[in-house]
Design a protein around this ligand. Sequence first.
Ligand code: CAA
Length: 259
Amino acid sequence: MKNYENLDIEIKDGVYWLTLNRPEARNALDASMLNEIDQAIDEAEQEENVKVIIIQGAGDKSFAAGADIKQLNARKPLEALVPGMQGLYNKIENCKKVTVAAVSGYALGGGCELALACDIRIAAKNAKFGLPELNLGIIPGAGGTQRLSRIIGKGRALDMILTGKIIDGEEAERIGLATYYTSEKELAAKAEAVAAEISKKGPVAIQLAKFAVHKGYDIDEGTAMWIEKLSQAVAFGTEDKKEGTSAFIEKRKATFKNR
Ligand code: CAA
């Protein structure tokens, strides 16, 4: 495992824990941190025993307070066209491992968008989600305008984006922004439990299910159904399918092998 300056990494029970570790700046995502997250995702992808990546923030105050505003201040128009944070979050969404954001404290701007790019969001009671970019004279630029409306609906997304309002964990769960809501104390345990449930599944099926949901979401239903069919055809060709169905018939636990 690499050594990172702004991340803490731990692999435990098939889970890659990625902790954003710049609490003195509320885990604001500067260029070097984004570069390290990119490398960490590559690293997690290559870990055969890892099925789930849990992203969390160090300290109890913040998941991530967004893009580093000091660096943003100097940025020129054409610099917004590089893949940057949006590209990284697309990579996270398309990652073959399942990604879980365990959010305690502030998840603002690019921090909220990072959580939105994950497959599952678990919010602690003290979570504070918001897209306050308009306060800075810019707009959410790391997938926020698109993913938030797809997740909570266009009306609510426009309200959050245009007012810049910040919502807590309970509200986030109520409107579907967060998948689960828990106490701060239980956050890591809840993330662990969700990861453990997912980890019982076969990695090929996990990857195909993610692929079918994400790729099918933005296109017409008929074509999306074909994505599902073709993904299922791939699953039908795996040893894991034989193992999973045989295990059920033989009344035993399946042992998936990723092939
Ligand atoms: N960028 C750079 N530094 C940040 C930061 C950010 N996004 N958020 C916090 N910090 C720094 C502060 O400058 C401060 O540093 P100093 O101690 O050197 O002054 C330190 O973190 C602690 O911050 P506060 O004193 O403000 O802490 P707080 O607990 O009172 O407030 C906060 C926390 C509500 C998160 C507040 O810091 C804040 O509003 N931060 C900015 C949030 C924001 O606007 N995010 C959107 C960024 S733009 C974006 O993300 C664009 C995009 O779409 C990609």
